[in-house]
Design a protein around this ligand. Structure first.
Ligand SMILES: Nc1nc2c(ncn2[C@@H]2O[C@H](COP(=O)(O)OP(=O)(O)OP(=O)(O)O)[C@@H](O)[C@H]2O)c(=O)[nH]1
Ligand SMILES: [Mg+2]
Length: 472
């Protein structure tokens, strides 16, 4: 028998040590799936872009604990383990925001995803002694906000969905917006032959109605099915050729128009909605729910009420506790949910507390339900990209907190008084026709040229709540 010499022994020792390091490294390489949830135009794409940019380029997240305690090392993009969806085009969006002149990313039309690897020094001495460096992979996806509205449909039968949708149309402004479709409805019964062209005609008129809801002054949020508005690659397929019908005498029996619609509804649920949500929303660890509260205040009480209904319906379906279908399907639960009022830079800094309180009030039902199920919940007013500065001016001898920025469509920065957010529940006084006119802003010129992450408001606090303990 031949014994190994010292050199060989040392080599084996090194290899073993290397292996221990690899294993320890793996143990310390965690993954966190972050669900960015929000209705259309709530700010998802801009939020994800800023989150990535601020973690990669750094310099603007002072209250992220890992940064404050000097343990944050660096972050970089990695290939996402899921190869079925395109990569989130972070570089393209950043280029748009930092161009001359800068502009916002366009509305999202499909799903994309990205993995960001965050390197940090573990906070505990014991962890540090095993491995001086740890990695957290943060997985995020982006998708059209319209698709979120599909989620509540998964728990409904065609009959229930039709009944609810028709009930909504009994009230204005929906009744008027649906006039042409309702007229069509008056000419058919569910017991008619399962005629393909009739189904398509109904679906087309119903889709026009959904577009009208979205475009309407009330900016309605409860617009279903979401793929009818943003079809992705499903445009023109039979999966989108259905619409609600009242329950017929035959209860949508097989060889009838009602039966055909019912079949299509079920196929839509299984092949479009369930697939999308199981692929992308399952196994979420943390969730941020973005809400454009200021946009809803602008649009008025109907918009606000509708948005509340839409959000509550979407959130009910989620994970919060064992009751949500996502956790039932996957056995996985979200343990932290952050509600964020986006675009906080549309008002002066002194209004942020009121903005946060208002969001708190608007989501109180969902928030309490989530807390009851044991998940941690918080609310924040943030801006993923800060486009204004708060400045103080004097008006008739009074100090006024104004904001300075370039309103959307204009070329030069101006100082303006955006108005205040009430600190109570009386949001829409009866004698004022349009109490709120919060303007949209252009991204600030020259943003990001200092080599630091995009300027923001409270992105660090949001990230601390969402990822902080994973970076401990
Ligand atoms: N001032 C300011 N405006 C913002 C901010 N975030 C978003 N916006 C505005 O809101 C618009 C919509 O933001 P997006 O991030 O595209 O919204 P989204 O949720 O991805 O929208 P969909 O893709 O349609 O679902 C932008 O074009 C900006 O005008 C922000 O932090 N500050
Ligand atoms: Mg988007």
């Amino acid at each position: 028998m031949k014994f190994p010499n010292w050199n060989q022994l040392a080599q084996v020792g090194e290899q073993a040590l290397g292996q221990v390091n690899v294993i320890a490294g793996r143990m310390l390489e965690g993954t966190l799936r972050l669900g960015v949830t929000g209705l259309r135009r709530s700010g998802k794409t801009v939020f994800v872009t800023s989150l990535i940019d601020n973690l990669i380029r750094g310099g603007r997240l002072p209250f992220l604990d890992a940064v404050a305690s000097n343990r944050f090392l660096a972050a970089r993009l990695r290939a996402s383990p899921d190869r079925t969806a395109p990569r989130f085009p972070y570089e393209k969006y950043l280029a748009a925001l930092t161009a001359t002149p800068p502009h916002w990313p366009a509305a999202t039309t499909g799903v994309s995803q990205l993995r960001l690897a965050v390197r940090f020094t573990p906070g505990s001495g014991l962890r540090r002694s095993v491995q001086p460096m740890a990695t957290l992979n943060v997985d995020v996806i982006d998708y059209p906000g319209e698709w979120l509205m599909d989620l509540p449909m998964l728990n409904q039968s065609y009959r229930d969905w039709s009944a609810l949708t028709l009930e909504l149309m009994e009230r204005q402004p929906r009744r008027q917006l649906a006039a042409r479709w309702l007229h069509w409805l008056g000419t058919v019964t569910p017991d008619l032959r399962p005629d393909e062209s009739l189904a398509r005609e109904g679906a087309a008129l119903y889709t026009d109605y959904l577009h009208a809801c979205r475009r309407s002054q009330a900016s309605l949020s409860l617009v279903q099915p979401g793929h009818f508005i943003e079809p992705g690659d499903l445009a023109g397929t039979p999966l989108l050729a259905f619409c609600p019908l009242p329950a017929g005498s035959g209860e949508h029996r097989a060889q009838s128009l009602g039966g055909l619609m019912n079949e299509r509804f079920e196929a839509y649920k299984t092949q479009v909605v369930r697939r999308f949500f199981v692929e992308h929303f399952a196994r979420l660890d943390r969730q941020i729910v973005l809400v454009d509260v200021l946009g809803m205040l602008n649009a008025g009480p109907t918009a606000l009420y509708d948005m509340r209904m839409a959000l509550t319906a979407c959130l009910e379906a989620f994970h919060h506790g064992r009751a949500g279908w996502v956790s039932r399907l996957t056995g996985h639960e979200v343990d932290r949910v952050l509600f964020a009022a986006t675009k906080a830079d549309h008002v002066a800094a002194g209004q942020h507390a009121n903005l946060r309180n208002l969001l708190d009030m608007l989501v109180s039902e969902a928030r309490n339900a989530i807390r009851f199920e044991g998940a941690m919940v918080d609310t924040v007013a943030l801006a993923a990209v800060k486009c204004t500065e708060t400045v103080t001016t004097e008006h008739q001898g009074r100090k006024l907190a104004c904001i300075q920025g370039t309103p959307l469509g204009r070329q030069r920065p101006t100082v303006l008084f955006p108005g205040n957010i009430p600190d109570g529940p009386d949001l829409f006084p009866e004698n004022v026709s349009q109490p709120y006119r919060f303007l949209d802003f252009e991204p600030p010129a020259g943003v990001g040229r200092d080599g630091r992450g995009l300027p923001n408001i409270r992105l660090d606090q949001a990230l601390n709540f969402l990822l902080g303990d994973y970076l401990a």
